[in-house]
Design a protein around this ligand. Sequence first.
Ligand code: NAD
Length: 437
Amino acid sequence: MKLTVIGTGYVGLVSGACLADVGNDVLCLDLDAAKIRILEDGGIPIHEPGLLDIVRRNVEAGRLAFTTDIERAARHGEIQFIAVGTPPDEDGSADLQYVLAAARNIGRHMDGYRVIVDKSTVPVGTGDKVRDAVADELAARGAHLPFSVVSNPEFLKEGAAVDDFMRPDRIVVGADDERAIELMRRLYTPFQRKRDKLVFMDVRSAELTKYAANAMLATRISFMNELANLAETLGADIELVRQGIGSDPRIGWHFLYAGCGYGGSCFPKDVKALIRTAAEHGRALQVLGAVEAANDAQKHVLVDKIVRRFGEDLAGRRFALWGLAFKPDTDDMREAPSRVLIAELLRRGASVAAYDPVAMREAERIFGDEPRLTYAGRPKSALEGADALVIVTEWKEFRSPDFDAIRGRLRQPVIFDGASARSRARRRRRRRCGRGA
Ligand code: NAD
């Protein structure tokens, strides 16, 4: 099938590459010429395990191409995926300007029937806005071309995105007409060889399903974070509590780790947007309001502990910080807890030596020329002369640290672990190492 994917970010590029990998002819459009240049030069603009291989393989096979040419993109695919960003507006609602611009571009240049598939996470009712935007453009040029609007929210996780796309738990498709349903069924047949994973529904329900999923996951995280704080106060071990409740099939094991608060490009903005949608319709989502407040507070927990240990004024202090990305296996730092922590440490006069396996370039872009924030080539070099180590992101390489080497390099043997210590043995050793969190 001939497909166009609009937006070559985490969702668009993964979707485009994976759809090409099962034999489709995919053209990916982005307005960011720098991204398209990287892709045309054989690279990828993001860190995502396994993605580079799949992109290269499909480019070489002639099934995957990149462009900044809007007209060419609109004419290429019978199915047009919109996978552009939907960042939070000032009031927390999803900013639809990129989605609607993409829709207008399709309407302006399409030359036959199109299924316009919204993969971006968008509030309920956006399907109607996309339909109006395309219809307006067609009317403006006096064209009478049929099209369908479909909602196909994406559930991939950064860090495991290729696998998630190739082996999805479910594929949600919101569609209101038979022609579109048939095309979507054909499109996704290669991804559901073992069982039927397609869940068809109306467009509005599909739009809400994506928010419901992210809101539920964010709720679990905030719940566990609050319980972890309480456990610490009570002298209980949250890791044991996790094991005690995860074995209950009604609860399950996933998303039960406590940490520094959820971040990334999805949970914070999607929780906000859902609260906003409800408010616009006169409904208060009280649980989600608390989830958000607990998360904002959680991002300050490490700073509070550091201040308890070293005092309010951190001038002259130096901290080694391991982990910048909002979670392991990605370079994404959108809404990452590390950003709050770094900003607060710098504001209090401290300097920070940071290490992350892949996100340091992104941190440099975000923090610019900040003289008190430096980057270390290796985790150990960040420790030299630091007053304490702060672990923020649970990268695999931080799971079993060499405590003797850490002790030898730090000025004081203190570790603040915000990455949810997973093994009791590790924590016992850590306690021997110092009095950190
Ligand atoms: P992103 O910011 O990484 O990528 C978006 C891309 O769209 C950018 O490269 C941008 O230049 C491009 N773009 C913007 N307007 C355009 C236009 N009119 N034409 C062509 N290109 C345009 O975003 P992302 O993380 O891939 O997220 C995209 C959507 O998918 C969001 O709604 C997000 O909530 C949702 N989503 C993201 C994830 C995730 O893990 N990142 C998972 C599921 C759903």
